[in-house]
Design a protein around this ligand. Sequence first.
Ligand SMILES: Nc1ncnc2c1ncn2[C@@H]1O[C@H](COP(=O)(O)OP(=O)(O)OP(=O)(O)O)[C@@H](O)[C@H]1O
Length: 257
Amino acid sequence: MLVQVKGLTKTFGGLTAVNSVDFEIEKGKVTAIIGPNGAGKSTFFNLISGFHQPSSGSVMFDSTDITSLKAHQIAKLGIARTFQTTHLFEQSTVLDNVLIGHRLRTSSGLFDAIFRTSRLKREEKESLEKAHEVLEFVGLTNLADKHVSEISQEEMKRTAFALALATDPTIVFLDEPAAGVNPEETDGLAELIKKMVSKGITVCLIEHKMQMIMNLADKIMVLNYGQKIAEGTPEEIKKNPAVIEAYLGGEAVAQAY
Ligand SMILES: Nc1ncnc2c1ncn2[C@@H]1O[C@H](COP(=O)(O)OP(=O)(O)OP(=O)(O)O)[C@@H](O)[C@H]1O
């Protein structure tokens, strides 16, 4: 298993946002996390990627215990995540946004910056090449010099993917990759996710668009009130009584289908 989560728990004051979750992600597969609003999905992502410290439990990545590592240390190990598109710098170009993502992986320090060492120059060149490569991969070469404020929501989603890919990740965590885009664009983003998997990248995503998930995921975990209530293939999840119960009453299913 690429990622192994055991007994993962996060409390905020009196609220248990993630409650004793055991979970595994297999290399090379697409794993989805679904659940009603407030179920703990984003918190779960934040725990794995080091943006929150767990209250208890453990996270193993490729046999390394990453439970107590900080976000930047986890990113260096090959775990990338996307954020909502609001995290992009609107007044910078698409290319510059991606370059910033790539700096994470390079190691020049203040000394290099001041004296413009050959290492810095080499790294700048590599960053630029990498940024162009990932922009081509996500289909945004033509928009590299546009400001983020000028591009569509779907193009912002692709930019967020490019940012994650610029760090050469083993696994990417995608937070609602298709939120706010139309059905045709959703299909395009699903294709892009498949293309990432075909290049050997493992994908874990949170998404409310059920049809997309059902077509894309090898495995689905369902969270409800911080607890894992089901796990299985899309076929198994569709038939699971606990899942149907959690979603009925809510509007999520009606909206998704
Ligand atoms: N930093 C925080 N401080 C306090 N409570 C938080 C914090 N982050 C999340 N929560 C609470 O934890 C619970 C789970 O939230 P979370 O955002 O993880 O759910 P979610 O499943 O991602 O929801 P959505 O689908 O709406 O994004 C919610 O009740 C939320 O209010």
